[in-house]
Ligand binder design. Structure first.
Ligand code: NAP
Length: 485
């Protein structure tokens, strides 16, 4: 069986404690690899390597760091099929989705290589003509990047692309459920010639390996993506050393569909954003509010289009739209939310069960599920389901829709379909979240800041803002001696 090693100081390293994580394929339940788990000594070695590499990496010019990253991006593209196969086999998403994730990640690395070359500070005049204030941007230091399993390569690319471009060095810790594709991805940096220690990857449980990493005194910034619950613990740990922290956390995103919307486009958006990656997307649509006048028509078309989704083992069927869920725990949470809704009066409009057939028996497969007759007492309308189940509710007025959309502790993303400019202006202004998709459902875009309000997070990834999360400002007050005439 394959053994996955860790990348520490430019070398592939086995576990210092003979501890291994068993990695299984969620489509078949088969054990596919063992990943070496970091001992405290491995963690120390990784952080010290990043610390040692920092002075020389941070002193390279932006253009020199960009050159390394352009090479990395090319290596990722060259290795994309191999990385994608690992991703599908450990996470379950169809191979074409995995390939898209990996190739998109190569694009993110390239974007940050470009962006760092147009990132600079300010020169601010003072009232005395011979005094100028220079504000410069400098890399923050050693970064710990902790990532989840739903987009294991992409979410790592967002962090390491920005961190390395800014001049930081990194120790990454991917999710224990999907360590293979992230480590294969990190290997591309070594293959492209990025100096040893600039980027390191260790594996192990968040509550243990993650917490030791965060608490290490040499670490100056933690970039975390995961659940709100774990994010709060990370922030607490960061507060002890006053470390900079960015948190990309859970979501519970609403989709509002108005009477005047292009209904076919809204249906397409609803299917994609409710069920893509089996709903295991932070900005997935969890709940849909439809103007009562078009509710029945929307439901009919939403069900028709959802029925067309092909569910299968993503490695074997190139036409698959959906694979299995990542784990039994993830599937159990979906079933819990559906059962809670049914108990409180909801009805299943479509799905609600495992698909029939021998090929689905062993994996964590489930039909995309649409619930009607829902209300805000139900978990499905308030908590993050993180699975392929969505509640659909009619509304009478746009005020009611806005109020319902904001009735959550989360604030990551929201979506609106309408052709009325006044509705667009008002709803976008009043929604409490970090991104709004109007007549589209694709809000995480490489050159635009992405992140949450309320309990969906702190800080931003991607875009110019995402790069600056890895930099700190320094004010240099410069007094020029008066030159004798
Ligand atoms: P999770 O359980 O919070 O884990 C995320 C990562 O944090 C994993 O690497 C995990 O390690 C680690 N971790 C857990 N507890 C930790 C702790 N106390 N200290 C340090 N690290 C810790 O989340 P998940 O189930 O993997 O991912 C799903 C969640 O991620 C959802 O809530 C989703 O909304 C969120 N997410 C948010 C975004 C966004 O951009 N806002 C994007 C994607 C996903 P182990 O798993 O190895 O123990």
């Amino acid at each position: 069986m394959e053994k996955q090693l860790m990348l520490i100081n430019g070398k592939w390293i086995d576990s210092g404690s003979s501890d291994y994580i068993q990695v299984t394929n969620p489509a078949t339940g088969d054990l596919i690899a063992q990943a070496a788990c970091a001992s405290p000594e491995n963690i120390e070695e990784a952080v010290r390597a990043a610390e040692k590499a920092f002075p020389s990496w941070s002193k390279l010019s932006p253009a020199e760091r960009a050159d390394y990253l352009y090479k990395v991006s090319n290596v990722i593209l060259k290795e994309s099929e191999k990385i994608a196969r690992k991703l599908t086999s450990e996470q379950g998403k169809p191979l074409k989705e995995a390939e898209g994730e990996v190739r998109g990640s190569a694009g993110v690395i390239r974007y940050f290589a470009d962006e760092i070359q147009r990132t600079y500070g300010d020169i601010i005049p003072q009232k005395e003509p011979h005094i100028k204030s220079m504000v410069i941007l400098q890399p923050i230091g050693v970064v710990v990047a902790i990532t989840p399993w739903n987009y294991p390569v992409q979410l790592l690319a967002w962090k390491v692309g920005a961190a390395l471009a800014a001049g930081c060095t990194v120790v990454a810790k991917p999710s224990s459920q999907t360590p293979l594709s992230p480590l294969e991805f990190l290997g591309c940096f070594a293959e492209a010639g990025v100096p040893a220690g600039v980027i390191n990857g260790v594996v192990g449980p968040g509550g243990k390996v993650g917490e030791i990493l965060i608490s290490h005194p040499a670490v100056r910034k933690v970039a975390f993506t995961g659940s709100t619950e774990a994010g709060k613990k990370v922030m607490e740990k960061c507060s002890k050393g006053l470390k900079k922290v960015s948190l990309e956390l859970g979501g519970q995103s609403p989709l509002i569909i108005c009477e005047d919307a292009n209904l076919e486009k809204a249906v397409k958006g609803a299917v994609r954003r409710s069920f893509r990656n089996m709903g295991q997307v932070c900005n997935a649509v969890n709940r849909i509010y439809v103007d009562r006048k078009v509710y029945d028509k929307f439901m009919e078309r939403f069900i028709e289009e959802t029925k067309k989704l092909i569910i299968d083992n993503g490695l074997e069927n190139p036409s698959a739209n959906l694979g299995p869920m990542v784990s039994k725990e993830a599937l159990d949470k979906v079933i819990e939310h559906i059962n809670d809704a049914l108990k409180k009066g909801a009805r299943i409009a479509y799905g609600g069960e495992k698909p029939e057939g021998k090929k689905y028996e062993k994996g964590f497969f489930f039909k995309p599920t649409i619930l009607g007759d829902v209300n805000h007492d139900m978990l499905i309308m308030r908590e993050e389901t993180f699975g392929p189940a969505v509640g659909v509710m009619p509304f009478e007025t746009i005020d009611e829709a806005i109020k319902l959309a904001n009735d959550t502790k989360y604030g990551l993303a929201a979506y609106l379909y309408t052709n009325n400019v006044h509705t667009i202006r008002r709803v976008c202004q009043e929604l409490e979240c970090g991104s709004v998709g109007v007549n589209n459902v694709n809000v995480s875009t490489t050159n635009v800041p992405y992140g949450g309000w309320k309990e969906s997070g702190i800080g931003r990834e991607l875009g110019r803002e995402g790069l600056k999360e890895y930099m700190q400002t320094k004010h240099i007050k410069l007094e020029f001696f008066e030159v004798e005439k």
